[in-house]
Write a protein that binds this ligand. Structure first.
Ligand code: NAP
Length: 258
């Protein structure tokens, strides 16, 4: 129970990677806030599963891309749980497209959720963490930011590159207060995000191709990411900050040597 008495907020925890992180942090003893935007039933299912396993969780709705949402969400966490020790900025969206298909409105929406929302939540969380001289902020980046060769992720990659840059800057600003800030850059993990807008046949072909391109010859599971998040959330990672940890099974399809 490494996270006993810690309060954690995981954004976008109704499914996928966020759900696995919420379950894992709860298993380690944290009281977990399962944030979601619209998937209320799924979020309540996650809460129910955590409670059934003996953990503590509650669901709070908030669209992290909306102005003012971060402050309201963190205030509600403080009101209901009294503190916030661990923030996992997991919620994100993807609009696929390349330069030819540039859609400024889609890019702006991704930016609002993936970057502005993450920054606003980090500020609000830090406000509660600073007086306690302890905190963990964990941001979900992506290996797309490093320059993977998967087509259609051009502008999404730009938002995730911003996440990596902000991780380093926030770490520098918050380090003196005992708050570490790190990012995880997942490779290809099977979730709704990668399944969306693809036929079952397209998805199967993509899964096979991605497994082939990983050194460990498989695609990732949300639990692979949750294990790293649990380490970053804990006491033992206190001297680790400003880092982006790539968790991709050794992907080998980067631009430049694809
Ligand atoms: P996912 O399956 O699409 O799930 C996204 C989650 O975020 C859902 O719970 C969704 O809740 C929530 N969400 C979306 N927009 C939101 C908003 N504005 N406010 C609050 N919650 C919001 O995604 P995933 O694959 O688990 O990805 C999780 C993170 O890992 C993301 O940051 C993603 O960019 C990153 N990542 C994923 C992969 C991958 O291969 N899957 C690879 C690299 C990085 P609702 O259903 O309620 O909208």
């Amino acid at each position: 129970m490494a996270l006993h008495s810690r309060v954690a907020l995981v954004t976008g925890a109704s499914r996928g990677i966020g759900r696995a992180i919420a379950a894992r942090l709860a298993r380690e003893g944290a009281a977990v806030v399962v944030n979601y935007r619209s998937s209320r039933t799924q979020a309540e299912t996650v809460v129910g599963e955590i409670q059934a396993a003996g953990g503590s969780a509650l669901a709070i709705q908030a669209d992290v891309g909306e102005p003012g949402a971060a402050a309201a969400l963190v205030e509600e966490v403080e009101r209901r749980l009294g503190a916030l020790d661990i923030l996992v900025n997991n919620a994100a969206i993807i609009h696929r497209g390349d330069l030819e298909a540039l859609d400024p409105a889609a890019l702006e929406q991704m930016w609002r959720v993936n970057v502005t929302g993450l920054a606003a939540l980090s500020r609000e969380a830090a406000r509660l963490m600073k007086p306690r001289r302890w905190g963990r902020i964990i941001n979900l980046a992506s290996i797309a930011a490093h320059g993977t060769a998967l087509p259609g992720t051009t502008f999404y990659a730009a938002t995730k590159a911003a996440v990596i840059a902000l991780t380093r800057r926030f770490a520098m600003e918050l380090g003196p207060y005992g708050i570490t800030v790190n990012a995880i850059a997942p490779g290809f993990i099977l979730t709704d995000m990668v399944a969306a807008e693809r036929t079952p046949e397209e998805l199967q072909a993509l899964l096979a191709r991605m497994a082939e391109r990983a050194m460990v010859r498989r695609i990732g599971r949300p639990e692979d990411i949750a294990a790293v998040a649990a380490f970053l959330a804990g006491e033992e990672s206190g001297f680790l900050t400003a880092q982006t940890i790539t968790v991709d099974g050794g992907r080998m399809d980067y631009i430049g040597h694809s």
